[in-house]
Write a protein that binds this ligand. Structure first.
Ligand code: AHZ
Length: 332
């Protein structure tokens, strides 16, 4: 039996040993007296306060018109990202920023996007990232602390600071639409030219409101909707009630023989393996993040998130290759 880790390793530097990283590129704005006019505007005048009048139908139309326009626009997307966890959002950020002309739909089963990245391990606040994933934090402008005695990792004081910043950046891109509370229930497929199920091409996703997806067993048939796209990026996390969705579907449709199955925790091997192997697993379908551990049988890494961001960078790179290749094929 191995001795408790505390007996083997020197203690983590106390907070005095942590250096606050000051970012030139994007220190987040801090609310201060000089930066908010809201108190001047509203303070002490609540007696005269009124909202501008509105008719209820205007609220309804303001929401539904936009949503139905988005459903129409994104029914043919350039890229669909399944799952808005740390990997899916990182992928969306890199893709949307590098190709502003791509139409990117993100489909997230949960009401709240972010997956498991709102907290660190065991529901603690801090998020640890091993270098060189600090490059992703620098790009976003998320501040972090460095351990002066160990330069190999950095710490964001609260995982929610990373996730909320990433999410707000992604949602600000005009070429991205997030469909949350919406589940991918199936993949759209095209037969392989040679009849081999392994060469089946993925041509889109089948979606439904998550609340409907959860009730297929106790309601009469409730048919889904569809989104076509030449590139799907699946980042649905490791196996669970919703996780590893595409990986499991590829097995049931015989595109992949069997799942490798996620292995026990080994931070060092797991993070490198996930990033390096993020790829097009089946024609038209890229898998990244922890979902890949179920396909390939990689270890899990537990509460260190660098691989999720850099798997997102690799997924974006792969997606651009696949997209450009498909465009060339269509032009021929
Ligand atoms: O709701 C899911 C979550 O937000 C969403 N999702 C799953 N199935 C879906 C479906 N349709 C639409 N059928 C679906 N959305 O996918 C998101 C996955 O996020 P995640 O945080 O679970 O996965 P990730 O790969 O981005 O990050 C994994 C984080 C982990 S787990 C882990 C370990 O256990 O060792 N270590 C890390 C860093």
């Amino acid at each position: 039996m191995s001795p408790p880790a505390a007996l083997m390793e020197s203690p983590i530097a106390a907070s005095a040993g942590l250096k606050q990283n000051v970012l030139s590129s994007g220190t987040l704005p801090v609310m201060g007296e000089s930066q908010t006019k809201l108190l001047d505007m509203f303070g002490g005048k609540w007696d005269q306060f009124n909202f501008a009048p509105i008719r209820e139908s205007q609220v309804s139309r303001a929401m539904t018109r936009r949503y139905f326009q988005d459903l129409d626009k994104y029914a043919e997307s350039d890229v669909v990202i399944v799952g808005a966890g740390s990997c899916g959002l990182s992928t969306a950020y890199v893709l949307a920023k590098s190709r502003p002309n791509l139409k990117i739909a993100i489909v997230e089963a949960n009401v709240s996007p972010g997956g498991g990245a709102w907290l660190g391990g065991q529901l603690f606040s801090a998020m640890v990232m091993r270098r060189p994933a600090d490059a992703f934090l620098n790009e976003l402008g998320v501040p972090y602390e460095e351990d002066l005695e160990n330069p190999n990792y950095v710490v964001v004081k609260h995982a929610a600071l990373f996730t909320s910043t990433l999410l707000s950046r992604v949602l600000s891109f005009p070429n991205v639409k997030l469909f949350n509370a919406t589940s991918v229930e199936d993949l759209i497929t095209r037969p392989s030219p040679n009849g081999n199920p392994k060469d089946t091409r993925i041509a889109g996703v089948v979606v439904n409101w998550t609340l409907v997806t959860l009730h297929h067993d106790d309601h009469s048939c409730m048919d889904p909707n569809t989104i076509n796209a030449p590139v799907i990026i699946s980042t649905t996390g490791h196996d669970g009630p919703f996780g590893a969705f595409s990986a499991k579907r590829l097995v049931s449709m015989s595109s992949v023989d069997k799942l490798g199955g996620m292995r026990g925790l080994d931070m060092n091997s797991a993070e490198d393996a996930i990033v390096k192997n993020t790829r097009e697993v089946t024609k038209g379908l890229i898998i990244g993040g922890m979902e890949l551990s179920e396909i390939d049988g990689f270890n899990r890494m537990g509460p260190t998130f660098g691989a999720m961001t850099l798997s997102g960078v690799k997924a974006a790179e792969e997606a651009l290759k696949v997209f450009d290749e498909r465009k060339r094929e269509c032009a021929e």
